[in-house]
Design a binder for this molecule. Structure first.
Ligand code: NAD
Length: 261
């Protein structure tokens, strides 16, 4: 069998993909030929314009479906509305930072719902479609925080460890089928959100851009370089390729050596 990364005709759904890593993954899947469904909880003209731009650039079908990933029924409805799902990328995520006694319970609930439970609901709705199609890829965007911890990120670390566990169970339940489930564990990725934090950090630490990035923001990332959204997209495309057909139930760290420390 020849090894291919041609995803023409495959239908991909990427949750939380109107910015950052989700959009980068959607772009690379579209570049590889997949039709894509973008998602977030907003329903603005610019969200739909992102899908139109992807379709025009890569000659694939692309649409944007608004659905709130904090709502289990909406997660399932997203998959139903898309109608097909060969590739499911569970990427939607939020963060909140506070010590456990001060951690607002509603923030805990929101992080667990969006970063973890959404993947349970979308996977439950998508697996029957993958089985009907005879092929499937589940790609969960975890984090270096799915494998290690940091103080003040209790809900995020719990959700990301949880999604690594869900990935393993999904892989075992599909192990004898042409379906795989894996988690990508990014370190610090240069997204618009991260980029926007740099000026503040420069001011707080009275450092230039390069120094604050190397010494403060990337203190735990041995490469002292951000990963990119394109690298996340390329890793997702690899997981969809024939070369990765026997890779299932595992984590792929794209973290500049963070988890080697
Ligand atoms: P981002 O804020 O740019 O992207 C998050 C996406 O999720 C956005 O599209 C946002 O609209 C969407 N989203 C948020 N709440 C939602 C909801 N209720 N329903 C639907 N969509 C919702 O951030 P990002 O850095 O691109 O993060 C994407 C994923 O990557 C997250 O799961 C995050 O935990 C993970 N991650 C990011 C980094 C990093 O350094 N940026 C590192 C490790 C893991």
């Amino acid at each position: 069998m020849s090894i291919t990364t041609d995803l023409a005709g495959k239908k991909a759904i990427i949750t939380g993909s109107n910015s950052g890593i989700g959009l980068g993954i959607a772009q690379e899947l579209a570049r590889a030929g997949a039709d894509v469904v973008l998602n977030s909880f907003t329903d603005r003209p610019e969200d739909h314009a992102l899908a139109e731009s992807l379709a025009a650039t890569h000659g694939v079908r692309a649409r944007y479906i608004a659905a709130d990933m904090s709502d289990g029924a909406a997660c399932r409805a997203l998959i139903a509305q898309a109608g097909a799902c060969d590739i499911l990328v569970n990427n939607a995520g939020i963060q909140h930072v506070a010590a456990i006694p001060d951690f607002a319970p509603e923030k805990w609930d929101a992080i667990i719902a969006i970063n973890l439970s959404s993947a349970f609901h979308t996977t439950a709705a998508a697996l029957p479609l993958m089985r009907a199609a005879g092929w499937g890829r589940v790609i969960n965007i975890a984090s270096a925080h799915g494998l290690t911890a940091s103080p003040f990120k209790s809900a995020y670390v719990a959700a990301k460890h949880g999604i690594v566990g869900l990935t393993k169970v999904t892989a075992l339940e599909t192990a004898e089928e042409p379906i795989t489930a894996n988690a990508i564990c990014p370190g610090y990725v240069l997204t618009p959100l991260v980029e926007a934090q740099i000026p503040d950090q420069m001011k707080t630490h009275n450092m230039d851009r390069d120094t604050v990035v190397r010494e403060v923001m990337l203190a735990r990332q041995p490469s002292r370089d951000f990963a990119t959204v394109e690298q996340m997209g390329g890793t997702a495309v690899f997981l969809c390729s024939d070369a990765a057909a026997q890779i299932t139930g595992t984590t792929i760290s794209v973290d500049g050596g963070w988890t080697a420390l």
